[in-house]
Design a protein around this ligand. Structure first.
Ligand SMILES: NC(=O)c1ccc[n+]([C@@H]2O[C@H](COP(=O)([O-])OP(=O)(O)OC[C@H]3O[C@@H](n4cnc5c(N)ncnc54)[C@H](OP(=O)(O)O)[C@@H]3O)[C@@H](O)[C@H]2O)c1
Length: 324
């Protein structure tokens, strides 16, 4: 019997409980996947807590996983039973030992990428690709600020930006995270729980500010990130780990002709061509060693609550994976 975490009500991590589920046979365009590893994303905490009401309850949370195809439904030609694949989907259903999933979300996994990495790298890696190449195409001339630089998205974002040649300033919540952020390519690291990051960015950039601030922390950093921008700078808010952002006056942007965007990965990767191009860039960077993914912090599927507690308590570094 397959097992899945069924969310019956929103709330704290304790609402994540394992139940038996009947998976069924794949319908048109679907595959049945035996999942070996499941990626945990901060998005899952927003869904579990009720901040995002994007999963119909009862429902199975989880955006991404890796595994082996057990069966394919009618109309699936690009994938076959036995194929090793990964996916991400905004239809949820990831926190399960087996599931049905539309083949349009699947990508093949290169043999040099292990299951645990494959399960965690799509959402975070494709987000980094979107942020650095499409939301704001950065170059070697740019100085960027990356909040939560030792986190799952943060480490990939910093490595990729450094590879492009940008100067990277990272913020982190602890000394251990500062070491990881340095290893991920940050030129400068700010301990933003102890130091005023706006003042430190001003010192580091000699009063100029940064060209792009990549801010996934939200409430606690949004206004400070605006204050860090150089003239014509771009604040990219792509998450809210500390909570939702208060409304702000658009006239504040006229201080430096700033722009603010709020990109979502799903909109940048919703068609097959974009997904393939982005996944190809990500896997090429992994196989060529441009990106190195630190071993994910591992929990069993039935211990998903502990994974959420650690993520929300800022105890994790890099990525978090659930194993089946
Ligand atoms: N827009 C998109 O399409 C998209 C796609 C993927 C991810 N995201 C966003 O990217 C962010 C990173 O996701 P992730 O899964 O890789 O998580 P993560 O960055 O590994 O974990 C969140 C980190 O945020 C920092 N943080 C600061 N204040 C916090 C608070 N009050 N509570 C909890 N954490 C706090 C912590 O790092 P420090 O201890 O160093 O402060 C924490 O480790 C999330 O906001 C997520 O929603 C957005």
């Amino acid at each position: 019997m397959a097992e899945a975490i069924i969310l019956r009500t929103t709330g704290g991590p304790e609402v994540l409980r394992l139940e038996d589920v009947d998976v069924g046979v794949p319908a048109l365009g679907e595959v049945r996947l035996r999942q070996t590893a499941i990626g945990v994303n901060f998005h899952d905490c927003y869904v579990r807590s009720g901040l995002y009401q994007t999963l119909s309850l009862p429902g199975i949370p989880g955006l991404e996983a890796a595994g082996i195809i057990e069966a394919v439904g009618p109309g699936v030609e690009a994938f076959h039973p036995g194929d090793r694949v990964a996916y991400f989907t905004n239809s949820y259903g990831g926190y399960a030992s087996e599931r049905l999933v539309s083949a349009q979300h699947l990508v093949g996994v290169p043999s040099c990428v292990g299951d645990n990495i494959a399960a965690v790298v799509l959402v975070k890696g494709l987000t980094a690709h979107m942020l650095l190449h499409r939301v704001h195409a950065i170059g070697p001339e740019d100085t960027i600020l990356v909040h939560a630089a030792a986190g799952g998205v943060g480490q990939i974002l910093c490595q990729w930006a450094r590879h492009i040649g940008a100067t990277v300033i990272g913020t982190v919540g602890s000394d251990i995270k500062a070491d990881l952020a340095k290893k991920a390519g940050c030129d400068e690291v700010i301990l933003y729980r102890d130091e005023d990051f706006v003042q430190r960015v001003e010192e580091i950039t000699k009063g100029r500010g940064v060209d792009v601030a990549y801010d996934s922390v939200g409430r606690d950093t949004f206004n400070g990130s605006l204050d860090c921008l150089a003239d014509l700078g771009h604040l990219v808010n792509f998450g809210q780990s500390s909570g939702p952002i208060e409304p702000f006056r658009i006239s504040n942007l006229s201080r430096g002709s700033y722009s603010v965007t709020r990109p979502m990965l799903f909109h940048y990767s919703s068609d097959r061509e974009s997904l393939d191009a982005m996944a190809n860039a990500l896997f090429t960077s992994l196989t060529e060693g441009v990106l190195k993914i630190t071993t994910p912090m591992t929990y069993r599927l039935d211990d998903a609550a502990a994974a959420h507690r650690a993520l929300e308590a800022r105890e994790t570094t890099g990525s978090v994976v659930l194993t089946v």
